[in-house]
Design a protein around this ligand. Structure first.
Ligand code: NAD
Length: 493
């Protein structure tokens, strides 16, 4: 990113030029990408019945990475049959102790192959290697380790003396954290004794397919995990299949709504993890520099492709100017570019479609009268890119204050009193997460009691831990993933 000419002083520009980073690209050679991939059904990679396929590209360069099979209804049926068979004959008969051995083995292989997984995730998704290497992949291993530990202790989890699995789980996940969402779905399902058919997002199928290889490497019995690649139609077939007992979906609120309609009137259990429009609330007694780091992490982490992103900054009026000045200075130091460069803070937008959505909502923000600001920023020639952006003078009626942009775009709103902060934070159709920045513990508790959000972070943001449940209120969905609560969704009551 070029020097910030908008807010940076001469001294900062000189210092930055003196200490400019040399490129530090991670090597692509650690990962072998096949030219084409089959579906992973019953422990084997197989060709789709009608031979259809699609391309997956690197969003940073638009280079085609591989040709991936598109599963039809008939392929999904084969995958569900394999999962049913494995459930009845093998997985549900196995002791929890045996199941946990497989999960521990998978977790250890993920750690051993972490560099390969991180590079592949960054290539297919566009996220910086710093994040895939230090956040996504370590968390993926942690979720498998955590649920491996539960597999032989289900009777102590508080769901009765002999909790039983539901059967076959149909799982559909989005593109923003491809491997992490897979872990959130597969680890608790398997620990509880279910088998799965998982559909990754169409723009990020590659790490799920590498995970299929890891299942083979771990000698997981065939049919326990099945991966069917494809787009919305494939997801619809998974959700609607009559022999799926449990549907777990993470994605947009619109698709979540249609899934709720599909399963209504059936005996399937459902969890829906949907969108968000979180308030990140900064009080006048907050440690300002830490809060600025938290704001940056809240909205620019993973290019803002985060369901719980702190996309609305609520800042107390008396410190608003100071916070904004420091935020702009900090934003001018963010480095946008090659996701495989270890110095990169902001990678590529995942797809042309998502970039168009971010552009169009940002244009609406300007048209509605909000003030738009980005640091001076050179965008690469190829691929999909959007600069870190803030909007000031945003009112609660603005669309950029109400709708999920799912990009590196922050809407700034001010408040005067804690009650006004609560009122504005809760004035949204969503309810997934919130952040509170203040020096006072009592205020944190007072706010947390009143915020209608599944997760409230205090003096931090976007922190995840496998022991902690995660999920939303209102249009952010229902059910919880993670922690002991995450097991409940995969057990019969
Ligand atoms: P999306 O809803 O478009 O797609 C999600 C998945 O559903 C993809 O695999 C897609 O192929 C599939 N799909 C599409 N139409 C379908 C249908 N009719 N039936 C079944 N499956 C279908 O969402 P996206 O753009 O991939 O992801 C972004 C959204 O995900 C954002 O709204 C974000 O907030 C949300 N998200 C939520 C959480 C959470 O935990 N709450 C986590 C990550 C992302």
């Amino acid at each position: 990113m070029a020097d910030d000419t908008v807010v940076g002083s001469a001294a900062t520009s000189t210092t930055r030029a003196m200490f400019d980073y040399a490129p530090a690209p991670e090597s692509r050679s650690v990962v072998d990408i096949a030219s084409s991939y089959g579906l992973f059904i019953d422990g084997e990679f197989t060709d789709p019945v009608d031979g259809r396929s699609f391309k997956t590209i690197s969003p940073a360069s638009e280079e085609v990475l591989a040709e991936v099979s598109e599963a039809s209804e008939r392929d999904v049926d084969l995958a569900v049959r394999a999962a049913r068979n494995a459930h009845t004959k093998v997985w549900s008969k196995m002791s929890g102790r045996e199941r946990s051995k497989y999960l521990f083995r998978i977790a250890r292989i993920i750690q051993e192959r972490s560099r390969e997984l991180a590079v592949l995730e960054s290539l297919d998704n566009g996220k910086p290697i710093r994040e895939s290497r230090d956040v996504d992949v370590p968390l993926v291993a942690a979720y498998f380790f955590y649920y491996a530990g539960w597999a032989d202790k289900l009777q102590y989890a508080g769901f009765g003396p002999d909790p039983r699995p539901l059967g076959v789980a149909g799982q559909v996940i989005p593109w923003n954290f491809p491997l992490l969402m897979l872990a959130w779905k597969i680890a608790p399902a398997l620990a509880a004794g279910n088998t799965v058919v998982l559909k990754p997002a169409e723009t990020t199928p590659l790490t799920s397919l590498l995970f299929a290889e890891i299942c083979q490497q771990a000698d997981l019995p065939p049919g326990v995990v099945n991966i069917v690649t494809g787009a919305g139609e494939t997801g619809r077939a998974v959700v609607a299949h009559p022999d799926v007992d449990k549907v777990a979906f993470t994605g947009s609120t619109d698709v979540g709504r249609s899934i709720a309609q599909t399963v209504a009137g059936t005996t399937k259990s459902v969890t829906l993890e949907l969108g968000g429009k979180a308030a990140n609330i900064v009080f006048d007694d907050a440690p300002v520099d830490q809060a600025v780091e938290g704001i940056v992490n809240g909205i620019f982490f993973n290019q803002g492709h985060v369901c719980c992103a702190g996309s609305r900054l609520l800042v107390q009026e008396s410190v608003a100017q100071d916070v904004l000045d420091r935020l702009k200075r900090r934003m001018a130091t963010l480095r946008l570019g090659d996701p495989l460069d270890k110095n990169t803070d902001i990678g590529a937008i995942n797809s042309a479609e998502q970039l168009a959505k971010i552009r169009s909502l940002s244009d609406v923000g300007e048209a509605e009268g909000a003030g738009r600001w980005s640091p001076a920023c050179d965008l690469p020639q190829h691929g999909f890119w959007f600069p870190p952006t803030i909007f000031t003078g945003v009112s609660q009626a603005h669309r950029i204050a109400r709708e999920e942009i799912f990009g590196p775009v922050l809407s700034v709103i001010t408040f005067r009193t804690p009650a006004e902060a609560v009122e504005k934070a809760n004035n949204t159709p969503f309810g997934l997460s919130a952040g509170v920045w203040t020096d006072k513990g009592s205020r944190i508790l007072w706010m947390a009691d009143r915020l209608r959000a599944g997760v409230v972070w205090a003096n931090t943001f976007n922190k995840f831990d496998p022991t902690s449940p995660f999920g939303g209120y209102k249009e952010s969905g229902y059910g919880r993933e993670g922690g002991r609560h995450g097991l409940e969704a995969y057990l019969a009551k």
